[in-house]
Design a protein around this ligand. Structure first.
Ligand SMILES: [Fe+2]
Length: 236
């Protein structure tokens, strides 16, 4: 054990059989071992929530309970919390208010995604809709939306939504691709969370160490810390 702060991963598909993440508990454990190697100490489990497709929220709690048992048996130092990555539709708010869809770690923060080709007006309306109902929307993998990334004018929309209290999450993988968009966000302090969006122990895995080194070197230890654990502490 060292004294370095452990990373908090707020976007992760590690619960078995609930979405396009791992199929069984053995595969979930393989991901968790890799996460531990990457100094990840807390994971918010965010299976996809799609209206009419996703199962009841109790399935998430049951999977976490079972996985916690396996974590203890394996002696891994990882804490799990429940959540969802909610695909925004007109009924998303109702799903949240009725408890069918989960906020992050039972906080007011909501991880929300849209179609990559979503129109700016629709993205804005969805985020505002959640915000004005008392939730704090975190836009999942902001690097995926054409209406934000396409050009300079589109990029300027990010500070607009942030000014309204919307938070921005980008994937560690996207940070390492060093695109114009992620560099623009990081240079201007416009990203709030870097998370892994883990789906397996191979591609899109819980790889955060290299990203942390890069962020610290390029954007400073203070901002890297905020992106990788400090801001996430507010949710727990
Ligand atoms: Fe995701």
């Amino acid at each position: 054990m060292n004294n370095l702060p452990k990373y908090i991963d707020i976007h992760s598909h590690i619960l078995p059989g609930l979405d396009d993440g791992p199929k069984d508990f053995e595969s979930s454990l393989a991901i968790l071992r890799l996460a531990a190697e990457n100094q990840i100490g807390t994971i918010i489990c965010t299976p996809h929530y799609k209206e009419g497709i996703s199962g009841p929220p109790e399935m998430i709690d049951e999977a976490i309970e079972k996985l916690n048992l396996l974590i203890a048996i394996q002696g891994l130092e990882i804490k799990l919390h429940s959540g969802n990555e909610i695909y925004y539709t007109e009924t998303a708010l109702l799903a949240l208010e009725s408890g069918r869809a989960k906020t992050l770690a039972a906080s007011d923060f909501v991880l929300v995604e849209f179609a990559p080709w979503a129109k700016w007006e629709d993205l804005l309306e969805g985020l505002f809709n959640l915000k004005s109902s008392g939730f704090v929307p975190i836009l999942a993998h902001a690097e995926r939306y054409e209406c934000l990334t396409k050009g300079r004018e589109e990029q300027k929309r990010v500070p607009i939504i942030r000014d309204y209290g919307i938070q921005i999450q980008i994937n560690a993988e996207a940070v390492m691709e060093k695109t114009k968009f992620t560099k623009y966000l990081l240079k201007n302090g416009l990203a709030d969370f870097v998370a892994t969006d883990t789906h397996s122990n191979r591609r899109r895995g819980p790889y955060i160490k290299n990203c942390s080194t890069y962020l610290t070197k390029k954007y400073g230890a203070e901002y890297a810390g905020r992106l990788l654990y400090e801001n996430a502490r507010k949710l727990l």
